[in-house]
Structures are given as C-alpha cells and as structure tokens.
Design a protein around this ligand. Structure first.
Ligand code: 3H9
Length: 658
C-alpha cells in the first residue's frame, strides 16, 4: 500500500492503482484529501506498474463534497479544479467507483473521470444551492455535457439527488454494479487501457431547444424565492451551450467564490450545522432508546391521520383509535386518501401502498392499544379530555410503553402528573400537515426519563423528521415565538401600518406568506378562543389590540370563511376596504394617531420580537441552543432558510464583533 497523504492511499491490483479516500465521516474533500489525490494521480501517471487508476471511497460514502468546514477560510492549494483537471487530462484511464453518496465536489470528481460505475445504493447530487453556493469545480459545465442542459438545470438549481438507477438513465453513470464494485471498476479500468478516453469536459453538449431549457429553468426557480444561488446555477449551466470550457469554468469559479462569501451562504451553512447540532442532546450520549415497532395513534382527524401515515411510511405497525368504529373507519379512509396521493405522485407504488395498509389496524376501542410500544394522542386540545385519556391508557398499555401527547398549547406536565408513571410521558408536537412538515418539537416534561426522550428522538429520526428538544412552556418554542410575532404585528397595525404592507415587507424578506395571510390561512378562531380564555387573567395595563376580536365577531374567521384580514376570491387574497376602515376606527377609538411606518421598521420590529422571545426561551432553559430556535422557525413557520433564522439574523444585524 502507498500512502499519498493522511487520508488517501493506493494499492496496485492487476496493473490498476486503486486510490482510496479515507476521511471519515463523509470523505469530504479537505486540503489533505486534495493533496493526496493529486499525489496519487501523479504517481499513477508515472509508475511503470500502473496502467490505469480507480478512485473510490472508504466506508459507505464515496465523497460527501467539499469540506464545508474549510469554507470560512480562503481556499488552500491545491484547489479542487486543479485536482479535477489532473483526473480528466490523465494519459492513463481513470474510473470512478461510486460506492455510495457522491455529492457536490464528490460528484464533480466522478464526472471528471473517464468512466463511472456505481453501486446500486449510490445517490448522486450537486446540492450546493442548498448551501447558498454553486458547484465550484466544473459541475455546471461537465454535468450538462453528460445529461443535457434541461436535466442539468433541474439537478443543479434544485440540488435534488438522483438515485443510482436514475443516474444511469440520465447518463451520469455508465453502469451499476450490484456485486463487487471495486473488482468491477478495476476490470473496467484495465479494459480502457489503450482506448480513446472519454473526457467529459471536451465533449459536446447535447442539443436542447430553447423552450425545454426555459421550462426547466422556470420550474427549478419557482421555489427559489429570494435565493441567489439557484439563479446563478441556471445562468452558469446555460453558458455550457456556447462558451468555451476554460472561459465557462473560470466564470463558474468566480461565481462560486463570490457566493461562498455571501450572507446567504453563511446563513445556509449555519442551518446545515444547526441541524447536526440539534441531534446531539446533552445527557443522552450513552442512553439507549426503547425498541418501538408498534405505534398507537389516538384521534384520526387531520393531524392524527397524518401522523399515522408517517409512521406507516417509516415501517411501523400502526394502531389507529377513534371514539367510535364509525369514526375509526373514517380515519382509515383519510389515511388511505393520503396514501393514494403518494401513489398518484409516484412517491410510492401499489405494492408499497398495500404493504402500508397491511400494517394498519383501526378501531373504536382504546383497548386495542394494548400491543402498542408508544402511543401518540392527537385528540382535541383540551386538558380534561387529554388527562382522562392518559389515565385510561395507564391501565391499557404495558408499563414500559411510552405515552406522547401532541398538544400545541396545553401543559404536558399536568397531563403526566395525572398518570401512574409520569417518567414515560413526553410531548411530540407535530406540525400540520404532519405527513409533509419536517419539524417535530420533542417536549421533555419535568419527569420524562432520559431513555423515553431518547426514544422520542429515535422515533423522529425514523419518521424522517427534524426533532428539536424543548422544555415545557405555553406554546413550546415555535408557538411562543409566533405569539410574540403576532402581538408585534398587531401593534404595527395600531401604529399606522396595514396588513398588506406588513405582509409585503415580510414576503420581500423571504417569508412565503406574511403574518396576516398566515393567520387567515390557519383560521382566526383558535387564537380568538384563547384570547377569550385569557381575558380574565390578562394584565389590564398591558397593551392589547382588539382588532382581531372585532374581525371574528363580524364572522371574518379567515380564508375558509372567504373573509378575514383579507377578502378571498378563488383562493386569491384581496385587500378589503372594510378591514382598513375597521383598523382606522379602532385606532380612533383608542385615540391613536397613525404614523407612516417604513418596511424596514416593520421588519426590524417583527424580527426583533422573534429574537427577543427566543432569547427569553434560552434564558428560561426551554430551548438548549439559539440554533435550535432558528430551525424551529425555518421548518415550522416559513422563516427563510437563507436568512438563517431569527437568532442568527439578530446576531448578523449586530455586525461583526469587535
Ligand atoms: C461542495 O462540494 C462544493 C463543490 O462544488 C466544491 C467546490 C470547490 N463537509 O449529515 P450527517 C459532517 S459543497 C464537512 O450527520 P449522514 C457533519 O457535519 C458540499 N463536514 O451524516 C457531521 O459532523 P458531526 C456539497 C461534513 O450520514 C458528520 O459529517 N455537499 C460534510 O446522515 C455526519 O454528517 C453537501 O452539501 C461536508 N461536506 O449524512 C453534502 N458533510 O458528526 C452535505 C457532512 O461533527 N452532507 N459533514 O456533526 C450531507 O448531505 C450528509 O452529511 C451526508 C451524510 C449525506 C453526506
């Protein structure tokens, strides 16, 4: 074995130098890996016992991309384009043996090689836009030469992965090997010796019509709202049609470096590392989760059926329970409806649907939950109802089974306290629609046992959710911050702004919808009921805006009612002069003079309110890290990921530290 650097080594096998990148956990292309690859290629080109080369990764991943941790510093030599030029221009054949994920710079390594063989489990992507950047080592020029411009735009501007089978169809890989990948790649490399090598960079770009290219671009950019990288990715891929390779590569590199240093990229890197940090919960390092195979779901309404569907997707056996057999049957058809939708969109096939339905039983009797390892209740948010339910469950499930409540606002500690074994109770706060939304607040109650919390996290991971651990407080992390956001938005109304101006300012910032459009979408009645409940205990000296109460009294309960903060026609919102008049009338009733409020002030105040509530949650120990709060707001409330979340944005606004 020859060592080329700390992370790259090679062995000669039948005249083929097998170059292995071994840089756990994901074989990222650190400076040491790049140095090692370059040295290995130089050795392979000159060594007399080497006729061809194979590049592969150790472990389950080929190469996870550039080393994101190095992005904060100027690029160190040798830069990746230099390494890739050495691969592509090698005199001797170079084959990429793609043993697992080939992402970003990893895929760029593979497509610089002369031939690619992938294992059936490989996934290929150029996910750079998700980090606010574009491929920086030829991806935008080589991929279109392999798959054509429309398909390259689709992959690069969205960052979506292509599984090995699709990569084969598209022409990114030449072969899939289900047996011994390394042996197959060595044989391929030998077979290429003395043949004309395919150098992707110098091959022609397949012709595509302008219509096909424009259609791919508008589809890919439809959801890119305010993000620079996807737009730049499209521009660069288009260049491949008629720009000489060297010129296009230097434009790609210039764009990559500029985006790498941008605020959006810094924010998206923060989000990337925040997600990894959130999974690490202090105190749970050596705690083993309990084994969960059967999940019970009580309440099969919109939320419960979504949760049940997620659990079926994740391979669990599911017992769905409703109050009556009739309601249980309705719940079952709701779940079937969700599975049908997945079938129609091609996410699952008929076999997968049948398999899921086989793992589902529904019943009108709580007693059916006796076999459950974990029960999630998703019934009406009422403390008495939920507490009674938990007390009954105590006598039905095994003593080691876990009980989870999906409450949004109630106190799970008081539910737990009513049970015989409060250590086995936790909160699992799903977001609607539960089969779509990634966020899951995992609520650690006062007495939740560590292995119960660990089980909640393991369940979330298997459900492919993003779990964020939080303590008990009204509304947990997300809804508590959202309440502050709502309060400040209503203060702005009294001070002189109108809903459409406030929504416009926040949508320009990157939210898919401003706050008032969101209130209308969610319906105004739940918040109204809460305000009425709280009326008796509210501090009479605290500022209280009653405009929403007047809207509700007038039957303007939001989008479903066709009227709320806006008027709705065919699902489209329109400004309603009646609402403007009401706001003016309520200001006058309080003797408030409206003043002109700038969009900047709106953004500052609303973002400031979120960050201030976030700071309170941190100081109370409800949230463990500021970055957890950012993830909640990004994944549950539409906060633009490319701004990094309210806590990150507040830090950025303070400017660089002295
Ligand atoms: C790029 O390539 C630009 C190019 O065009 C080059 C231009 C010159 N770097 O996710 P996990 C860490 S941009 C550094 O939990 P999994 C991660 O932080 C890059 N570190 O594992 C974590 O560390 P820790 C394009 C990285 O098995 C640990 O690895 N590439 C990198 O669930 C495990 O990560 C991407 O965007 C990295 N590139 O998933 C791919 N990747 O244990 C990003 C991971 O300390 N990565 N780490 O918390 C992924 O999508 C997933 O990590 C992957 C593995 C699928 C690879």
């Amino acid at each position: 074995m020859t060592t080329f650097s700390d992370t790259v080594s090679g062995t000669v096998n039948n005249g083929v130098l097998l170059i292995e990148i071994n840089h756990p956990p994901v074989n990222a292309l650190s400076t040491d890996v790049r140095k090692g690859l370059l040295a290995a290629l130089a050795h392979g080109e000159t060594a007399v016992d080497v006729a061809a080369m194979v590049i592969t990764g150790a472990g389950a991943i080929f190469v996870g991309g550039a080393d994101i941790r190095e992005f904060g510093a100027p690029p160190a030599e040798p830069v990746l384009p230099t390494v890739l030029a050495a691969i592509e221009n090698a005199e001797k054949p170079v084959v990429a043996a793609i043993n697992g994920a080939a992402l970003g710079g990893g895929l760029e390594v593979a497509i610089a090689a002369h031939r690619r063989i992938a294992s059936a489990t490989a996934a290929l992507a150029l996910p750079e836009v998700k980090l606010g950047i574009v491929p920086g080592a030829g991806g935008t020029q080589r991929l279109p030469r392999l798959v054509g411009i429309p398909a390259a735009i689709d992959m690069i501007a969205t960052g979506r992965p292509a599984p090995a089978s699709e990569a084969l169809k598209l022409g990114i890989v030449d072969r899939i090997e289900s047996g011994d990948l390394r042996a197959a790649a060595i044989a391929e490399a030998r077979a290429l010796v003395g043949t004309d090598l395919r150098r992707v960079g110098t091959s022609a770009v397949p012709v595509a019509t302008t219509e096909a290219i424009d259609a791919a671009a508008s589809k890919a950019l439809a959801r890119a709202r305010g993000q620079n990288a996807p737009r730049e990715a499209v521009r660069l891929v288009r260049l491949s049609a008629d720009t000489p390779l060297a010129e296009a590569l230097s434009e790609e590199r210039r764009t990559f470096l500029a985006l790498r240093d941008s605020d959006q990229a810094a924010a998206l890197r923060h989000v990337f590392f925040a997600e990894r940090a959130a999974a690490k919960v202090p105190g749970l390092e050596n705690i083993k989760p309990r084994k969960i195979e059967t999940v019970g779901v009580i309440g099969l309404g919109l939320m419960g059926s979504g949760i049940a569907t997620c659990a079926l997707d994740a391979g669990y056996t599911v017992i769905g329970v409703e109050q009556t057999e009739d309601a249980a049957a309705k719940g079952r058809s709701r779940i079937e409806g969700l599975l049908d939708r997945a079938l129609q969109s091609g996410r699952i096939d008929a076999g997968a649907k049948a398999d899921r339905l086989q793992r589902l039983t529904t019943s009108g009797a709580l007693q059916s939950l006796a076999a459950a390892d974990l029960v999630i209740e998703a019934v009406f948010d009422d403390l008495v109802v939920k507490t009674e339910l938990f007390v009954k469950l105590d006598h039905i499930v095994r003593p080691d089974a876990i009980l989870a409540t999906n409450t949004s606002y109630l106190d799970p500690d008081s539910i737990a306290a009513a049970t015989a074994l409060p250590e086995r109770v936790l909160g699992l706060h799903f977001f609607s629609p539960a089969s779509v939304m990634r966020l899951l607040e995992v609520v650690r109650c006062a007495r939740t046992a560590p292995d119960v919390l660990a089980t909640g996290l393991a369940l979330a991971k298997r459900l492919r959710k993003l779990p964020i651990v939080c303590g008990v407080t009204e509304g947990f992390i997300g809804n508590r911050i959202f309440s502050s956001y709502r309060r400040e938005a209503e203060f702005l109304l009294e001070d002189g702004a109108l809903p459409q101006q406030i929504d416009g300012a926040m949508e320009a910032y990157g939210f898919p919808m401003g706050p008032f459009a969101v209130f209308d979408l969610a319906g105004l009645e739940i918040a109204w009921a809460r305000r009425k409940r709280q009326a008796a205990t509210r501090n009479p000296k605290a500022r209280y805006v009653d405009i929403a109460d007047h809207l509700c009294e007038a039957g303007r309960l939001g989008m479903k009612a066709g009227r709320g903060w806006y008027r709705y026609h065919d699902g489209k919102r329109a400004v309603d002069p009646e609402v403007t008049a009401l706001i003016e009338q309520r200001r006058a009733a309080k003797g408030l003079a409206a003043r002109s409020i700038s969009d900047d002030e709106i953004r500052q105040r609303l973002l400031g309110a979120m960050a201030a509530e976030g700071a309170a949650l941190l100081s109370e120990g409800i949230a463990a890290r500021a970055s957890d709060i950012d993830l909640v707001m990004i994944n549950g409330y539409g906060f633009p990921a490319h701004k990094g979340g309210p806590m990150f944005a507040a830090e950025q606004a303070k400017g660089p530290r002295a």
